[in-house]
Design a protein around this ligand. Structure first.
Ligand SMILES: [Zn+2]
Ligand SMILES: [Zn+2]
Length: 427
């Protein structure tokens, strides 16, 4: 039997530099919008997370099903149940509620690994960026979040990202939709797969991610929330569409846009992009005005988005959007004499004091092999320290980009190196 793949990540140096570019560019966008970074613990209180994910589900049986949270075994009953962080919104709300003052707006973002286990699947680790705007239910707060999601993707070179919009309504207009959806599901129960029926009866806004043709055909005729919106929800939805259109953000209204988690209301959105011949879900979000009241007791209207950073990375990499930043100035130092080791380390130390990166040749090699190693490490200079030269008070400096070399005196090593750095415009 083939071992099942576990979705874990290992980041090797050939990928890390790209991740750093990604993080830095995303951080810059969020900084410009005054979002503060928040670092959430990977270990979370299981009951708090579970409550957040299910508190807005009305049916008790729904709270038992669809558990995607990875819970760690407990050593004793006295120990609190611990879960691996499956998402960030609930923790952010708990953090913010402790100090939240009515009327105050807080903006947070987080970036990191999340862990989930979908029904019948192995555990998986994935990376998510999340941004949350807490304390406002205004139209501009929704538009800020949507626009920021679009701008981050576009700023990373994914100009063709587009928006899908839907509305999950409010407490006034949802009950009629939920009642009609429930009778529709019961009427068609025999034709739907058990998974679709259970998920949708528990949460009619659930994304079932089922591709059974029979289910797709039936659900095509299911009621949609957009036909039930009250005047206020309709007007909010229209305002968001109008503003996004004016910002030249391409969008389509998708009445069948649903979410994995049940805490959303009002305007919801997906960020999608075509890659590898199909449409990919890159991120999304929406309002979750009632979640805080349910889990913290405080009324904090809120809106947020997430971006699937693994997918973002994969698409950017496939499109060649990671461009190495200018390599910093670097000196490769060679000496194959044991007697000169101390001197080599002292030269390296002096370079580091002057913010010059060094690579020491640590194995015995031919000069050709050393030069190849120096070029592979993107070094600009090779400093060759030989006993016979040191006896004459000099060392050899080879400029790898200019293909020439010169002897310099021992006390002129640093100044010659600084001149070479200046000439290469790498100060
Ligand atoms: Zn409404
Ligand atoms: Zn199904």
């Amino acid at each position: 039997m083939q071992a099942r793949q576990i979705g874990i990540h290992q980041f090797m140096p050939d990928k890390i530099w790209k991740w750093k570019i990604l993080e830095q560019k995303i951080g810059q966008h969020l900084y410009l919008h005054d979002y503060q970074e928040i670092r959430l613990s990977i270990l979370q209180n299981h009951d708090v997370i579970q409550e957040g994910l299910t508190v807005l589900l009305e049916k008790e049986e729904a709270k038992e099903n669809g558990d995607t949270v990875i819970k760690l075994p407990r050593l004793s009953e006295a120990e609190p149940a611990i879960a691996l962080r499956p998402e960030g919104t609930i923790s952010v709300l708990h953090h913010a509620a402790a100090t939240h003052v009515d009327g105050e707006v807080q903006r947070f973002y987080y970036f990191g690994a999340m862990f989930r286990r979908d029904l019948g699947q192995s555990p998986r680790e994935f990376h998510q960026l999340g941004a949350e705007l807490l304390g406002s239910d205004s139209i501009i707060s929704v538009n800020e979040i949507i626009s920021m999601g679009v701008k981050i993707c576009q700023g990373l070179g994914l100009k063709d990202v587009s928006l899908k919009l839907n509305s999950f309504g409010c407490e006034t207009c949802r009950p009629d939709f939920i009642a009609d959806m429930e009778s529709f599901l019961k009427k068609n129960k025999s034709e739907l797969c058990a998974d679709c029926f259970d998920k949708l009866i528990a949460n009619p806004f659930a994304d079932t991610r089922c591709d059974e043709p029979a289910c797709l055909k039936i659900l095509d005729d299911a009621p949609v929330m957009l036909n039930y919106l009250c005047d206020e929800c309709k007007s909010r939805f229209d305002s968001v569409k109008k503003i996004q259109a004016n910002l030249a953000h391409q969008y389509v209204v998708n009445p069948k846009l649903y979410k994995n988690y049940a805490y959303y209301n009002d305007v919801v959105f997906d960020l999608v992009i075509n890659s590898g011949g199909k449409e990919r879900l890159l991120g999304g979000g929406g309002r979750y005005d009632n979640l805080s009241r349910g889990i913290t007791g405080k009324n904090i209207p809120a809106v947020g988005f997430y971006i699937d950073v693994d997918m973002l990375f994969e698409i950017m990499d496939r499109r060649g959007l990671f461009i190495p930043q200018d390599k910093s100035f670097c000196v490769y130092i060679v000496s194959h004499s044991k007697e000169l080791e101390m001197m080599v380390l002292q030269i390296a130390h002096e370079f580091h004091e002057n913010n010059i990166k060094t690579v020491l040749s640590t194995n015995t090699r031919t000069m050709e092999e050393d030069e190849l190693a120096a070029r592979r490490a993107y070094c600009d200079l090779m400093l060759i320290v030989r006993e016979e030269n040191v006896r004459d008070g000099k060392v050899l400096i080879r400029n790898l980009s200019k293909e020439h070399q010169d002897y310099v005196s021992l006390n002129g090593i640093l100044s010659s190196t600084l001149i070479a750095r200046k000439a290469l415009n790498k100060e």
